[in-house]
Design a protein around this ligand. Structure first.
Ligand code: ARG
Length: 572
């Protein structure tokens, strides 16, 4: 059990007695004691009593003697709690034998669909797809580890009118040449060439239009060319996933086209439910509460005036399939914040149609942009959006150079391994360690630095512990008693006991910067411990205890980084 929970469980009945009803004790880490509870303040307002009196009354009712060394009213009316050393050593001993490090599997497993990555066929993945892929992968890893049934969905953009032009271009090039170009990963080049012809050449435009009609009509030859485009793009995306070290596989592709057959039914059912409004020849739903700039109601267009279905219709069909056929009760969409309104409207329409009802809920995990060091949207020198692979390759090259510079004896293979784990880890960590709703600056120096809230800092802390064990020539003795001789040992123990609470909190929030912040605190606390408390040179009893604390730290760092999709290294 983690400490927050232990203290909450002890305080809750006392609060209930004072309040005459349940109150969340709001236990959190405190700069003044180990933990504090802020709940007396709000309760006092509610009861119209002085906060310090309320806090004192809660203390009177609370049974804390056996777990706390001290519990006192502080400031305007907080409770400051200092945990007894005995409690710490008992709890940490429980962690030692626990492969899950104090994180129990969920008691209520759900089917969760995570919609993420979702690049577009015959288009380069850009940094927005990087964010979606990295955040989605972390969500999948966490929820899976907690015991949920997780369905990964890569909602590939593989349908729509641009495919007419792409297929026409493909047909012009010849299949072999087109496959060659696409397999080189030059998706944007292919797209641009098609676009240029489309803009310049009326005959090509006409061929493109015919291809759209043929594609929608199920013409076998056109479909084959379309499939070639999709397959080549998928193959390329898989190489990016491999480099990025994420858990997405080819089985997870479920592109927009997968819902084509369901689209007419969506429109019919919305019509039957009386939700459909014809507006300018298009079939629309006007979910209440959505207005344009002038306050006029905003439509979700489910069938365009030309009879075609678009992005919103596909998302409605996908949602309905997820709650219906897949039986999902939690739907997550890891997509940039510019699509916030789109998802809010899709969810509203789905609710109105009865396709999204409790206990099922949908959530848009929106994220901000990646900026260059100039504070503007990240762009290549030519002013185009930055290619994701280029960015990853640069990270790996930089990290490999840094590893070699730090350790000139490193052989090429070892340097490459370190460069890859650190470079890719740094990119992912830079993303996951900031609140995802915010924009962040891609700053190579900062994210590859061995100091600060970075992947290399955490990876280095881990490797450092592993080197202690190489020198010790043995593992930690699991049954060794933990001795809290120094404040630094105590501080490390308190930190180690906090992993469960952080993970539990993230199950709901999926705010990975909190896990990152925790891991950074843990590594910092470990480094302070390691500076002050000799391990291998300590007398036997202390040595065993400190080895055990070091081992627990390594396991926690490794598990935490693993949840973020970041590799640890035995040496760096
Ligand atoms: N392909 C889209 C894009 O690149 C993202 C799709 C997100 N997922 C969804 N279900 N709409 O912007």
């Amino acid at each position: 059990m983690d400490l927050e929970k232990l203290l909450s469980d002890r305080l809750a009945p006392a609060f209930a007695a004072v309040a005459g009803g349940p109150v969340d004790p709001l236990v959190r880490r405190s700069p003044r004691a180990d933990f504090q509870s802020d709940a007396p303040l709000a309760l006092a307002r509610r009861l119209g009593r002085p906060p310090r009196d309320v806090a004192a009354a809660v203390l009177e009712h609370a049974v804390l003697d056996d777990v706390c060394e001290s519990a006192e009213v502080s400031g305007p009316g907080f409770l400051n709690l200092t945990v007894a050393d005995r409690t710490l050593t008992d709890l940490v001993a429980g962690l030692v034998g626990d492969a899950r490090l104090g994180v129990p599997p969920t008691a209520a497993p759900q089917t969760v669909v995570v919609d993420y990555s979702a690049p577009n066929v015959a288009k380069e993945m850009h940094v927005g797809h990087l964010r979606s892929t990295v955040i989605g992968d972390a969500a999948v890893r966490l929820l899976d580890w907690l015991g949920h049934r997780v369905v990964r969905v890569n909602h590939l953009g593989d349908w729509g009118t641009p495919f007419g032009m792409l297929i026409a271009h493909l047909a012009d090039l010849g299949e072999a040449e087109a496959a060659h170009e696409l397999s080189m990963g030059d998706l944007d080049g292919f797209y641009r060439a098609a676009r240029a012809k489309f803009d310049a050449d009326e005959a090509f435009r006409e061929r493109s239009r015919q291809r759209v009609v043929a594609l929608q009509g199920g013409d076998e030859r056109t479909l084959r060319l379309w499939r070639l485009l999709v397959e080549q793009s998928e193959r390329y995306f898989l190489t990016v996933y491999d480099l990025l070290d994420v858990t997405l596989t080819e089985d997870d592709f479920r592109g927009e086209s997968a819902y084509n057959d369901l689209l007419p039914g969506i429109v019919d059912d919305l019509d039957r439910l009386g939700l459909l409004v014809s507006s300018g020849g298009a079939d629309c739903v006007f979910p209440p509460g959505f207005g344009g700039r002038d306050g006029e109601p905003l439509p979700l267009i489910v069938r365009k005036s030309d009879g075609g279905y678009g992005y919103p219709a596909t998302d409605l069909a996908a949602l309905r399939q997820r709650t219906g056929e897949l039986g999902a009760t939690r739907l997550l969409y890891v997509v940039g914040l510019p699509q916030r309104q789109h998802f809010a409207m899709v969810f509203a329409v789905a609710r109105a149609a009865g396709w999204l009802c409790p206990p099922a809920e949908a959530e848009h995990l929106g994220f901000g942009s990646i900026l260059g060091t100039d504070g503007r949207m990240l762009r290549s020198r030519a002013g185009e959006s930055v290619k994701l692979v280029g960015l990853l390759e640069e990270a790996v090259a930089r990290a490999t150079d840094l590893a070699r510079a730090r350790n000139p004896e490193l052989d090429a293979e070892a340097a490459a391994e370190i460069g890859r784990a650190v470079g890719v880890g740094a990119v992912k960590y830079a993303d996951l360690s900031t609140d995802r709703r915010k924009d962040y600056v891609l700053d190579w120096e900062r994210m590859l630095s061995l100091d600060g809230n970075t992947a290399p800092y955490l990876q280095y802390a881990y490797a450092r512990i592993r080197s202690v064990f190489r020198r010790a020539g043995t593992d930690a003795r699991r049954d060794a008693p933990i001795v809290l001789a120094q404040p630094a040992e105590r501080a490390l123990t308190v930190e180690l006991l906090g992993f469960g609470a952080v993970v539990a909190e993230m199950e709901r929030s999926l705010d990975f910067h909190q896990l990152a912040g925790y891991l950074h605190r843990l590594a910092t606390t470990f480094n302070a411990f390691y500076e002050r408390c000799p391990v291998l040179r300590a007398p036997d009893e202390l040595r065993e205890s400190r080895l055990l604390l070091a081992e627990l730290t390594a396991r926690t760092l490794r598990q935490g980084l693993h949840l973020l999709g970041i590799r640890t290294l035995e040496r760096m």
